[in-house]
Ligand binder design. Structure first.
Ligand SMILES: *Cc1c(COP(=O)(O)O)cnc(C)c1O
Length: 362
């Protein structure tokens, strides 16, 4: 079997998720499907010491990559960030049963909806809904009479990203699904960080939680199914039930790869270069325009529009011809979205930029 053939097709995957991972990681993952210490990674017991070692290493690598301080735990669950909306609300609910949320788009709205469903009185103290989520709200007043504050660091669908996080002494919770491991963060500022794996970490299936130990077991909710209780997962070291074995394994491989290539700091530099290259073209090329406020632009999901929508079919044919995939914007907003996650090489961004230049000259 020749897995190398994968490399010769040269697709440039700008898909928003599940997303591109480094080719070496695909190769190693493929090998482990056939041979992981004599078994397939797909058939190995999650209780076997070989997989326990994988889980331990994955957790350890998350801590290394993000400099997770003492007093925090890392856990891998299932359910995606979507179940995370419910999990963080249930786990952070205290006596006030009230929380402050920033609404910056579809996922943030989803988090609000689920918090309400578990009985939290949600104060949406900042929102960019008035301009179809094309900016990040600023100058808001953070409420004080709430149990916690929640926001979404990167808005995958719209292409906006918080450059400065909300400053508060209240417990702070963040959905970092689409920009975790893309840049340095100060974990100590947060009480819970959660992220679906499939945007920058690994294959779909695992959901990462980084949790301040202090918050565990303090929910005021009378309804707390065992699986939704983060304390259970932390105590059982992510083995409360069968974890998403393959997803955690590949995330572990990807984190090894990240750390071997300079870690998050080096990644942030490369991501900045990729984003700068693409945004420069969007700004200088008259055939295109950005879709969101310049100062709030995401370094992970670059959204843009054609100045002349009548040329859509022509542009689509050109980027497809160049081997680009995954460029159309989310079905709810249209336009184009180039997701330039960690594993996407700058060479792929250059291919897109070249297509945009040629398109403008036509
Ligand atoms: C994709 C995404 C989600 C939803 O993730 P699932 O893992 O599919 O539940 C939530 N929040 C953000 C920011 C996302 O990008």
């Amino acid at each position: 079997m020749n897995f190398e053939s994968n490399n010769t097709t040269m697709k440039h995957n700008f898909g928003a998720g599940p997303c591109i991972l480094p080719q070496e990681v695909f190769q190693q993952a493929a090998n482990a499907v056939l041979d992981f210490n004599g078994l397939s990674i797909l058939e190995v017991s999650h209780r076997h010491k070989d997989f326990v070692a994988v889980m331990d290493e994955a957790i350890d690598l998350v801590k290394k990559a993000l400099n997770v301080p003492e007093g925090y735990s890392v856990a891998f669950l299932q359910g995606g960030a979507s179940l995370g909306f419910t999990i963080v609300a249930l786990n952070m609910m205290r006596d006030k049963k009230k929380a402050g949320y920033i609404n910056t788009g579809t996922w943030a709205s989803g988090a609000i909806k689920e918090a309400k469903k578990v009985g939290i009185d949600v104060d949406v103290f900042a929102s960019s809904e008035d301009k179809n989520f094309t900016y990040i709200p600023k100058g808001y007043t953070i409420p004080t009479d709430v149990d916690y504050i929640h926001f979404t660091s990167n808005n995958t669908i719209y292409g906006t990203q918080f450059k400065e996080f909300p400053k508060t002494d209240l417990p702070l919770v963040c959905d970092m699904s689409s920009d975790i491991f893309s840049k340095e963060i100060n974990v100590a500022d947060f009480d819970i960080i959660y992220a679906g794996a499939q945007k920058n970490l690994g294959p779909a299936g695992a959901t990462l939680y980084i949790v301040k130990d202090e918050i565990l077991g303090k929910s005021s909710s009378t309804f707390m199914p065992t699986y939704l209780d983060l304390k259970q997962h932390v105590e059982k070291e992510s083995m409360l039930n069968t974890p998403p074995v393959f997803s955690v394994y590949v995330a572990m491989l990807n984190l090894r790869n990240l750390l071997a290539n300079g870690g998050v700091k080096a990644m942030e530099q490369r991501n900045n270069e990729k984003a700068a290259l693409l945004y420069k073209e969007i700004d200088e090329n008259p055939a295109f325009k950005g879709a969101v406020e310049v100062e709030d632009r995401s370094n992970m999901n670059v959204t843009f529009l054609l100045t002349d929508e009548d040329r859509t079919a022509e542009f689509d044919a050109m980027w497809k011809e160049a081997g680009i995939v995954g460029l159309p914007g989310h079905r709810s907003v249209g336009g184009y979205r180039a997701s330039i996650y960690n594993a996407l090489p700058i060479e792929s961004v250059q291919v897109l930029v070249d297509v945009m230049r040629t398109f403008n000259q036509h």
